[in-house]
Design a protein around this ligand. Structure first.
Ligand SMILES: NC(=O)c1ccc[n+]([C@@H]2O[C@H](COP(=O)([O-])OP(=O)(O)OC[C@H]3O[C@@H](n4cnc5c(N)ncnc54)[C@H](OP(=O)(O)O)[C@@H]3O)[C@@H](O)[C@H]2O)c1
Length: 310
């Protein structure tokens, strides 16, 4: 087992975007990257919660580097709304001349079915389509940065919950039936399928992409889920703290040991095999095509097609 705190890169001069950075694993990741010297860009949906977390992360960065003031920026975007994701992507491209790390962390578990303004079941929209779309939109920056400094990294926070799931292309939007566990597990499987296909498409660009299960972590993910949140509270003594859950994400963002590793699924800091469904190339290609259509991305948008797709 690798000690995730060993030999992390100094992240000074890097720009790291973390979605869902006001709570749980995302906040702890943003804080640790800021302590390592990164210019952190927090993406949050609620201004007040975002500002509170920003103040906490700034204070942690200042404590780690009293002589500097590394910026901690806050961008407000509801990732359930594609127009806001498009706007966020544009802002990041316009305002930052480099992007070293994108952490697709924001996620939800929803015990009842909700539809977004775009008419998409919300778990699919937030947990899979938002990272799919945001990654495409900021890819030009990730590619430039890799071209200039040798590499950039995309980390998508998946979950062990993907095991046993499959992508239900016949009812992707859960209109016929909605099961919260299936919806969550399917979205976390989609994170791995996306990462795997993305890594293949980026193999010559110096941009690495990996997915990670951070462990079972005490966060707000079960908030508002009725009986699930009561069960989660009952077992919470057994969960990791957010700072411990974030270690694997920070390891993937900042460790030199994984600078060339791509297309992998990590359980904490170890590469493990995901479920067989997560390596089905036909499913990857089909999901890619469906996701592109659902997010309004043109066929020609980067990254380019893999052999046999079109
Ligand atoms: N906790 C675990 O045991 C565990 C295990 C495996 C994987 N994960 C994954 O870890 C990731 C982080 O979850 P967490 O456990 O840290 O839960 P959390 O404390 O609830 O954090 C989730 C973050 O995502 C944000 N978010 C949710 N919907 C959003 C939207 N529409 N637009 C923008 N931001 C949105 C939340 O913002 P608000 O605060 O405004 O809601 C919050 O900042 C998720 O992808 C989850 O699937 C968690």
């Amino acid at each position: 087992m690798v000690d995730p705190r060993s030999a992390l890169n100094d992240m000074s001069n890097t720009v790291c975007v973390v979605t869902g950075a006001n709570s749980g694993i995302g906040k702890a990741t943003a804080k640790e990257l800021a302590r390592l010297g990164a210019h952190v860009v927090m993406v949050c949906r609620d201004e007040r919660r975002g500002r509170d977390a920003q103040a906490e992360i700034r204070a942690a960065a200042e404590l780690a580097h009293p002589s500097r003031s590394d910026p901690v920026d806050l961008r407000i975007a509801d990732l359930a709304v594609q127009e806001e994701v498009y706007h966020l992507g544009e802002t990041i491209r316009a305002e930052y001349d480099r992007l070293d790390v994108l952490v697709n962390n924001a996620g939800v578990f929803l015990d009842t079915r909700h539809e977004t303004a775009d008419g998409i079941e919300a778990t699919l929209a937030i947990n899979h389509l938002a990272p799919f779309l945001l990654t495409h939109l900021v890819l030009p920056r990730l590619r430039d940065t890799a071209g200039r400094v040798g590499q950039s990294r995309i980390i998508t926070v998946s979950s062990r919950a993907h095991r046993g799931a499959r992508i239900d292309f016949d009812d992707l939007n859960a209109e016929a039936s909605y099961n919260p566990f299936q919806a969550y597990a399917q979205s976390k499987l989609a994170n791995i399928l996306f990462t795997h296909e993305l890594s293949r498409r980026l193999q010559d660009d110096g941009v690495v992409a990996n997915a990670v299960h951070p462990g079972v972590v005490k966060t707000n993910i079960w908030r508002g889920t009725g009986w699930m949140s009561r069960i989660a509270r009952l077992f919470s003594w057994f969960y990791k703290r957010p700072e411990e859950g974030a270690q694997s994400v920070v390891y993937l963002a900042a460790s030199p040991e994984v600078s060339d590793v791509t297309g992998q699924y990590f359980q904490e800091t170890e590469v493990v095999n995901p479920s067989p469904e997560a390596y089905d190339e036909k499913t990857e290609t089909r999901l890619w095509r469906v996701s592109r259509a659902l997010t309004g991305l043109a066929e020609t948008d980067p990254p380019g097609p893999v052999q046999g797709e079109e």
